[in-house]
Design a binder for this molecule. Structure first.
Ligand SMILES: Nc1ncnc2c1ncn2[C@@H]1O[C@H](COP(=O)(O)OP(=O)(O)OP(=O)(O)O)[C@@H](O)[C@H]1O
Ligand SMILES: [Mg+2]
Length: 507
């Protein structure tokens, strides 16, 4: 960089030749990274490239095997929590708030009351409020986290980091759950924080965001740093090429047949918490997309439909081979060929301490048990085949699910349901946090499922994804369908204008 001598003084956080292994596998291999005051430094790479691991080392959450982390020139003890006091705040990739505690309690979580000196709720609240004000988000301090939308939870996470007035703020994929408008808001907020001198490390799979707000970009691949450059000196295409290290076969795969078959799912007059009377039909071979803003009630709707949450009114039926069943519970939905890939994969979709093979075979026990004595090997083969199908990396089904990177955990959840050859698959944000290559792969899979006759019901806040995959789009706002778009009627504009309602954040 051109301002090397000047910048060296401004370096706040520096990682020098960091290596981190998990068992025999190397997650981060001799990587250095430094960030200056007022700089927004992007770290990009495919799922499993080592981004989160490097950040956890830099924030003192885990200890590196080799290398040093320095804050303003001072070497930090390995994996020590002192990095928090040293001014490094990490907003984790997966939400880490306590659902049953309030907004204020969560923001102040981890502050030792004795050290900080506040014992009174009042003081705690005023610190929490100041942090929320600083990022310009209005939310009731006394509200329980479990009652907030995923997007608001994300902003509370950030407030929690900002409350510590860090010198360095590290955000690990903060926009994965946000809509375009919320993302813009967050990006502006980060620019404001940086212009006040904060150093920011920003991880995202969304390359356009990197080009919008970042000064520098570090590219990781398979645990090593393959490039670092000033954002002004590179292009999105070049960044993606370096990330994947091979040519991406993106491009749109066309669907074989567009003509849907018989009705599989029929939902009538659905009422539930956050859902105000929705009718919905999904036919065999059809992909029905639910668009709308985060918090519009789409997750609530699908959960009510499949019986995962209570309905106060309405009926749901599944029809298979001319035989119609009324769905009254989640168990009856699963028994009737419904697969559900939830939004919160870490808490709802995966058993983190079980192996990949165990997770994948969990919903398929019945089928597998028919295989009798050959069980062990066949289970292994079965799991391996599905792991390969979703492009799990590394495709080692004997590893614990919790050891996989965020994007790869999403693939495990998907694999587990694909194994059942579902009649109806319900997907909530299927590619959230998934890298570009894996995303294309999942899109291909979803289309293939539909082509093979599966009925697909999908929630997606990713507009290009919604438009590319859906045969029919229902736009949901405030728990009701505000419009339905079929074929060419659907474009970014028509979806967004139907979706736009009240704004979540106030400036
Ligand atoms: N606790 C752990 N135990 C074993 N292996 C781990 C553990 N955490 C991460 N790994 C491995 O380290 C590598 C890097 O993972 P990491 O989570 O840093 O990737 P990432 O770049 O953040 O990916 P993503 O984009 O999916 O979030 C992966 O191969 C992952 O499986
Ligand atoms: Mg990660």
């Amino acid at each position: 960089m051109t301002t090397e001598s000047h910048s060296q003084q401004d370096v706040v956080l520096e990682a020098v030749s960091i290596t981190k292994r998990f068992g025999g596998a190397i997650a981060v291999d001799d990587v250095s990274l430094s960030v200056r005051r007022g700089e927004i430094h992007a770290v990009v790479g495919e799922n499993g490239a080592g981004k989160s691991t490097l950040m956890r080392v830099m924030a003192g959450v885990i200890a590196q095997d080799v290398g040093e982390v320095r804050v303003s020139g001072r070497v930090l003890e390995k994996g020590a929590k002192e990095s928090i006091d040293a001014g490094i705040a990490l907003v984790h990739q997966e939400l880490s708030l306590v659902p049953e505690m309030t907004v204020a309690e969560n923001i102040m979580l981890g502050y030792a009351p004795t050290a900080i000196g506040f014992t009174k709720t009042k003081e705690m609240k005023s610190v929490a409020k100041a942090a929320l004000d600083e990022i310009g988000v209005s939310v009731d301090l006394n509200e329980r986290i479990s009652r907030l939308s995923v997007a608001l939870r994300q902003f509370v996470e950030i407030a929690r980091a900002v409350a510590r007035q860090p010198k360095v703020l590290i955000l690990d994929e903060p926009t994965a759950t946000l809509t375009p408008a919320e993302t813009d808001y967050l990006l502006q907020m980060l620019q404001r924080l940086a212009s006040n001198g904060m150093a920011i490390i920003y991880i995202s799979h969304r390359i356009p965001e990197v080009f919008k707000i970042c000064n520098t970009v570090t590219i990781l691949r398979d645990g090593t740093r393959v490039a670092i450059s000033a954002v002004a000196d590179t292009t999105p295409e070049s960044v993606v090429d370096q990330m994947v290290g091979r040519e991406l076969k993106l491009g749109l795969q066309t669907r074989r047949q567009k003509k849907p078959g018989d009705t599989v799912l029929e939902a009538r007059g659905i009422q539930a918490k956050g859902v105000n009377g929705i009718d919905l039909t999904v036919r065999s071979g059809e992909i029905v997309g639910l668009g709308g803003l985060v918090g519009a009630g789409r997750t609530e709707l699908i959960r009510a439909i499949i019986g995962a949450d209570n309905r106060s009114a309405g009926s749901v039926t599944i029809t298979l081979d001319g035989h119609t069943t009324v769905i009254t519970s989640y168990q009856s939905a699963v028994r009737n060929g419904v697969a559900y890939v939830p939004e919160e994969r870490r808490t709802d979709g995966l058993a983190l301490t079980m192996t990949v093979a165990e997770n994948i075979t969990l919903p398929n026990r019945e089928e597998l048990s028919r295989w009798g004595f050959q069980l062990r090997q066949r289970i292994a083969d079965f799991a391996q085949k599905l792991a390969d199908t979703v492009g799990l990396r590394p495709a080692d089904t004997a590893r614990e699910a919790g050891e996989y990177s965020g994007g790869n955990q999403q693939k495990i959840v998907l694999a587990k349901w694909l194994g059942r050859r579902p009649k109806l698959i319900v997907l909530d944000e299927p590619t959230r946090g998934v890298d570009v290559g894996a995303k294309a792969e999942i899109h291909r899979l979803v289309k293939k499922l539909a082509d093979d006759g599966t009925a697909v019901l999908m929630v997606s806040s990713d507009l290009p994804e919604l438009l590319e995959l859906s045969d029919t789009i229902h736009v949901v706002r405030d728990g009701a369908i505000t419009g339905t778009l079929v074929g060419d009627e659907a474009d970014e504009k028509s979806v967004m204008s139907l979706a736009a309602g009240e704004k979540m954040v106030k400036s």
